[in-house]
Design a protein around this ligand. Sequence first.
Ligand code: G3H
Length: 548
Amino acid sequence: MNQLLTEEKTTTKFDNIFPAWNDIPQEVRMDFPIHQKEYLINGELKLWEGRTNKIFSPVYVKNETGLERVEVGSHPLLTTEEALKAVDAAYHAYDLGRGLWPTLSVKLRIDAMMKFVSLMKTKREEVVKLLMWEIAKSKPDSEKEFDRTIQYILDTIEALKDLDRSTSRLHKEEGIYAQIRRGPLGVVLCMGPYNYPLNETFSTLIPALIMGNSVVFKPAKFGVLLIKPLLDAFRDAFPKGVINVIYGEGKEIIGPIMESGKIDVFAFIGTSRVANIIKKAHPKPNRLRSVLGLEAKNPAIILQDADIDNAVNESITGNLSFNGQRCTAIKIIFVHESISKIFIDKYIAKLNTLKYGMPWENGVTLTPLPELTKPAYLKEIIDDAISKGAQIINESGGEQNNTYCHPAVLFPVNSAMRVWNEEQFGPVVPIATYKKINEVIGYMETSNYGQQVSVFGKDATRLAELIDPLANQVCRVNINSQCQRGPDKYPFNGRKDSAEGTLSVTDALRVFSIRTTVAFKEGDLNKNIVSNILEGRKSNFLSTDYIL
Ligand code: G3H
């Protein structure tokens, strides 16, 4: 079941963070390893007999000889051949816009999606457990990820009905009648991130599908097996070729898919470095639309008159929910020098109350990290900051036991340090002081990122003066509140290297479609033709039917 690793001797209070197998509650145990053999192409679950990739949990278990990392299972490492078959299946399902799915009525596409949701709901327990085992997301957060995704799908369906109703009418301008609807774009390549392997992936996959596109979907690098329970649902709910799910290494399967020139939309949540490589592989970049969620370095600004307790609470959640592995996490704090001591004292006191442990433990916040290289990376940036004058100011800050990295609060940080600009995407909290607010605005103006900011203060006039310049640097200014994506009906986007396109329940329907018009000049012949089409319900596009 397990891979035995040689362990270095540790002497931290986290030595006993990992459980023995018997300590793990029965209800979260699974029958490991889960060897996933199937992949979905052209409506068929095919069995893979080739190379596979082993999947290990961030969770270790204790045995007589030390710690063993739990082997959760494996997934296929498909080759270029299967990848090209997947893109061909999607291409033929779309059939240059003439396929069954892109020409189906909105109502029937909604029916298919409803079937998918009802099948998906039956897999909640399995998916939630796999979220805990594959990426060590806490149980409540794993449950929330599943439930939020179901809600996202239901909201998307309602938003599409609304969109459809608002476009189920004819306009008349300058003697020309027109029906303006949104049509699909073609074949979409969907790739999601490991921190929200279900929710964020589905926040592009679902709108792409429901708007009539066909999709090639590659799960994230961690949180792969949790898609397995949904493969049957994908196969059974949608026409063949409309959704294809493939597994493997990016270089081997994604490069050739892009080079085929058959991808019309690239939906990706990850790093700008990878996004750029993939985009450049398309032979006709002008034909490729991209919907990207990329890095961010969201600052919190604590003004002199801030409610310190609230600023501390919101910053802690902003910094350390899911161990700081959120693109929307607060990744640097600027606190006014006059209140830095009290803010930091309260911050550390609050941090010390956070429970660390395994994802299924009650009340746990801090858990192990899925990326094997992350502990070494975090140590590197912490060491860099210390060598340039910062200190770790919280007890046990930066201590590690294999995949568990206790948060390190670094103070004071400055522009010479890597933590100033690099997106740490993990439990490291850099804190800087400022004298004049222009120092912080300057930081944001020169940053490569422009997603969100949190501002903490009480004086309405002062806050108003800040909102205006900050609103032109980022896409969301949070007042006395942490940065976050939700509610999902609000726009989620970013400036500079942080994003391309806007996602929200309604915006996502727009980014995966294009406004398309059927128009005709006034006149008896045309009026008769159109009346005949409408009354006979002869077209799915040219239709004034209302979906209720
Ligand atoms: O990783 C980025 C996610 O979109 C963050 O979403 O703010 O709801 O945690 P969240």
